[in-house]
Design a protein around this ligand. Structure first.
Ligand SMILES: [Zn+2]
Length: 315
């Protein structure tokens, strides 16, 4: 499958190839010969970004903006590599994330705790620093002008404090990063897409996230462009699934507040719920295949909930 797929409204979806095909995307938006990348993949994604420009007949100096929705490395890890390759671009990043991309030392250290040193290099490559003078810090409600097309930035706490979403009025689409959850195409059935929350470490806040979902849905969007993975519709159902998931996940974590190692029981509880939800969704993939497909998310989601739980307990 071609990793570069042109949708409508000047939007191109690029599969970054992070971990496996169809796991993580980033987007190119073009308007009047000007280009924004929303999310970036990792440093390994630069050749794909360049190939997407070439496929559309665009030059590197037509890129105005590089816009990581947040600084988790599958979203913003490639920002420095893209900025180095696109001389006219400015980086648009949440003020809580800016310093991490200007000097990625702490970001790399934090992610190494989650992924381990060997995996860090394989998954993300070298995280390239970005000169501070090329950085624009986002403000909630701020509009970025892409060749006359307004891209509105909304600060969206819940998955992470350093997260914004992009409201693209022209397509009535939201570029949601991780804030509208994850929906893998392998889990599509006759009922449509299957969506779940991504409760990754370390700034998860389920209650703030529930408020953010309401705020995004109040825009009455036609489509959400997920990083994991691709464009989805059927948004009322998916938003309700996301809300249900957040409440379930939060309560599951709280139920294990007395455990010595809460992440273990949380992981088991998440797995049980995944399998039940997928069965109700009409998913017929074998259990072993599902568990392999979801293994990384089960690990990260249970870790994120355990970290949130510890923070609730003042640890
Ligand atoms: Zn994230």
């Amino acid at each position: 499958m071609n990793p570069i797929e042109t949708l409508d409204h000047g939007i191109t979806r690029i599969d970054s190839g992070y971990v496996r095909p169809a796991l993580a995307a980033f987007y190119l938006v073009a308007e009047n010969g000007r280009v924004a990348f929303i999310d970036t993949g990792t440093s390994h994604s630069l050749p794909l970004a360049v190939a997407a420009l070439e496929q559309l007949g665009l030059e590197r100096d037509q890129v105005d903006y590089v816009m990581p929705t947040h600084v988790h490395l599958d979203h913003g890890g490639g920002a420095g590599a893209l900025m180095a390759a696109f001389p006219a671009a400015r980086l648009v990043v949440h003020p809580r994330g800016a310093s991490h991309l200007i000097d990625p030392a702490r970001l790399i250290a934090g992610s190494t705790v989650v992924y381990g040193e060997k995996e860090m290099a394989r998954l993300f490559g070298e995280v390239v620093p970005i000169p501070a003078e090329r950085v624009i810090e986002s403000m909630d409600g701020m509009e970025v002008d892409l060749g006359g097309r307004p891209l509105r930035l909304l600060h969206t706490p819940g998955h992470a404090l350093h997260h914004y979403c992009v409201w693209d009025v022209a397509s009535r689409g939201i570029f949601s990063g991780d804030t509208f959850g994850i929906s893998y195409r392998e889990l599509d059935t006759a009922r449509g897409p299957f969506l779940f929350a991504t409760t990754t470490p370390v700034q998860l806040d389920p209650d703030a996230w529930l408020a953010t979902v309401d705020r995004l849905m109040a825009l009455d969007p036609d489509a959400v462009y997920l990083t994991h993975f691709g464009r989805v519709g059927d948004l009322d159902r998916l938003a309700n699934d996301l809300r249900d998931d957040l409440v379930f996940d939060r309560d599951l974590a709280r139920a294990h507040r007395g455990d010595a190692e809460p992440a273990v029981a949380i992981r088991a509880g998440l797995q049980e719920r995944f399998l039940a939800r997928l069965e109700a969704h009409g998913c017929t993939l074998p259990r072993a295949e599902l568990l392999e497909l979801l293994a990384m998310d089960l690990d990260l989601n249970s870790q994120g909930l355990a970290v949130w739980l510890a923070r609730q307990q003042g640890r």
